[in-house]
Design a protein around this ligand. Structure first.
Ligand code: NAG
Ligand code: NAG
Ligand code: NAG
Ligand code: NAG
Ligand code: NAG
Ligand code: NAG
Ligand code: NAG
Ligand code: NAG
Ligand code: NAG
Length: 435
């Protein structure tokens, strides 16, 4: 019964769950671009553009965002602070002793690196394109830039200055159309006065794991103290080793000479350790110990990718006992309650300067935690795989779980208890037939 229930519920979870944009663990997740028209100078105007990562656990890591849009007319960016356009483009239409910063119809803007020249900085800029999630670091989830733009020639200011076709330049994200919102306001004079900008537009960008990559990037293996079987990641979770074109490496020694990517270059394709599951990330959940009132879980995250260090990684886990998390060792932990007071989801991430960076495949390519949970007498059980997670995601991408009927089983429980009388009955029948 219980197994069937777990099977049905995990089936429901996986079928309801998001392949297209919507994540039930973070239903309002979005990155918002705000476009604040600060000053209209006549033939030019000043804009402040901000990127706000309103996602609970998904973050943007190296090589970072690459913001682009399409101007409606022949606008040009004369000056920009806190970021830069990667191409100046064709400025031959501008006559004068100085040329604009960028004349492209579709400028592509990247963040400046930390420590940029002081006169090129603005508040919240210069993070190398990296944005943390809202939960993980409240100081690093916003990016901002400021620019001075030449108005388009012709007579076309009726529908505003607003460009279209915004894009974050990140796999999996798509942005909607800009919409006008009430102008942003800022406090001044120790909050005694509010100033406001001339006009504000928002653009909302949404992530879809499916659009980012149709194949998973992470899988889960399970074990428990009461059974010495280790249930591995399902075969072909991320790719099949036997498949033509599947690339993997047996050990670091066999690694071909690699050109490591520089900042602001495309992220390299994962080069994984050969395995039956071929995932770059494996999460192992071990039910380690049972005490009278508590039980202990060990979680190990292993990086099997030879070409990537995961910085500011995070793990989101769904388990019904998370409302009774008592202690978490070596990781940061924060409960997430996307649906009010149901505390069954939590987020783990590394401790700065200790295990915030999950190093590339090799002897130090793993991070681990142990966690104490209080047994709730009403619901706690070692039976039917109840102590295993219902759902795990790494860096916001869902991990492939083994099928529930393969979970490590308590000796002499569940199945065997109901199956044994049946087998005896069959044997009896056989005996009767034979005799
Ligand atoms: C974006 O996320 C923020 C914070 O969760 C939320 O307040 C806002 O409504 C979201 N925007 C959209 C368009 O969903
Ligand atoms: C003016 O705007 C309209 C609508 O956005 C566009 O179709 C037209 O080409 C623009 N004209 C000029 C001169 O840019
Ligand atoms: C640059 O733009 C001008 C018009 O603005 C055009 O005549 C010229 O062909 C362009 N040059 C190139 C190399 O595209
Ligand atoms: C804008 O258009 C109006 C009428 O169409 C015209 O009178 C005016 O001179 C134009 N302004 C500019 C700057 O082209
Ligand atoms: C526009 O974005 C800002 C974030 O900068 C947010 O506070 C505001 O609620 C958004 N407005 C709408 C209508 O989504
Ligand atoms: C990962 O970090 C280690 C130690 O900082 C460094 O030696 C290695 O080159 C990095 N690997 C990649 C792929 O960036
Ligand atoms: C349950 O959720 C609330 C609200 O998010 C949080 O304040 C509380 O610490 C959570 N409790 C546990 C044990 O995770
Ligand atoms: C577990 O958490 C729930 C909700 O916070 C609480 O009602 C219950 O008493 C807790 N159980 C134990 C054994 O602490
Ligand atoms: C351990 O779990 C596996 C997988 O469910 C099961 O096949 C095996 O019989 C269990 N071992 C014992 C000793 O119960």
């Amino acid at each position: 019964m219980g197994l069937l229930f777990i099977f049905i519920s995990s089936f429901l979870i996986t079928t309801i769950s998001p392949s297209y944009g919507y994540d039930p663990l973070d239903p309002h997740a979005n990155i918002t671009i705000t476009w604040d028209l600060m000053i209209d100078n006549g033939d030019t105007y000043d804009v402040k553009v901000s990127l706000l990562n309103f996602q609970l656990f998904r973050h943007i890591e190296q090589p970072g965002w690459k913001l682009s849009w399409t101007w409606k007319g022949d606008e040009a960016i004369w000056g920009i602070w806190g970021a830069e356009a990667i191409q100046q483009g064709n400025c031959s239409r501008i006559k004068g002793p100085v040329l604009p910063h960028c004349c492209e119809k579709q400028p592509v803007i990247v963040d400046l690196m930390p420590g940029a020249r002081y006169n090129k900085q603005v508040a919240n800029c210069c993070k190398g394109g990296v944005l943390t999630s809202m939960t993980q670091d409240h100081s690093m989830y916003v990016a901002a830039l400021r620019m001075n733009v030449n108005k388009a020639s012709g007579n076309n200011t009726s529908d505003g200055f607003m460009p279209v076709n915004f894009n974050l330049g990140l796999p999996g994200y798509t942005c909607g159309d800009p919409f006008q919102v009430p102008p942003s306001k800022f406090k001044e004079d120790g909050s005694r006065r509010w100033t406001q900008v001339l006009d504000t537009w928002n653009v909302t960008c949404i992530y879809s794991q499916f659009r980012a990559s149709p194949t998973p990037k992470c899988c889960v293996s399970l074990s428990a103290f009461y059974n010495n079987t280790i249930v591995p990641c399902p075969q072909c979770s991320c790719n099949c080793q036997e498949l033509a074109g599947a690339k993997c490496v047996k050990s670091a020694k066999a690694l071909p000479m690699l050109e490591l990517p520089h900042a602001n270059e495309e992220e390299p394709q994962p080069l994984v350790r050969c395995s039956k599951h071929m995932c770059p990330i494996r999460v192992h959940w071990h039910v380690k110990q049972s005490y009278r009132e508590y039980w202990r879980v060990k979680i190990t995250i292993t990086n099997l990718n030879f070409v990537k260090n995961y910085s500011k990684w995070n793990l989101v886990v769904l388990h019904p006992n998370f409302r009774n998390v008592t202690q978490v060792f070596s990781f940061n932990y924060h409960p997430l309650s996307p649906y009010g007071n149901i505390n069954d989801t939590g987020m783990f991430w590394g401790i700065p300067y200790y295990n915030e960076m999950l190093l590339q495949s090799g002897p130090s390519g793993n991070v681990q935690t142990e966690m104490l949970l209080q047994k709730d007498p009403g619901t706690f059980t070692f039976r039917e795989g109840w102590t295993f997670p219902r759902r795990i995601s790494f860096n916001g991408d869902e991990c492939v779980m083994p099928p529930p009927d393969e979970y490590p089983r308590l000796p002499n429980s569940g199945h065997s208890a109901t199956v044994r009388p049946l087998i005896i009955l069959l044997l009896l029948l056989l005996l009767v037939v034979v005799l």
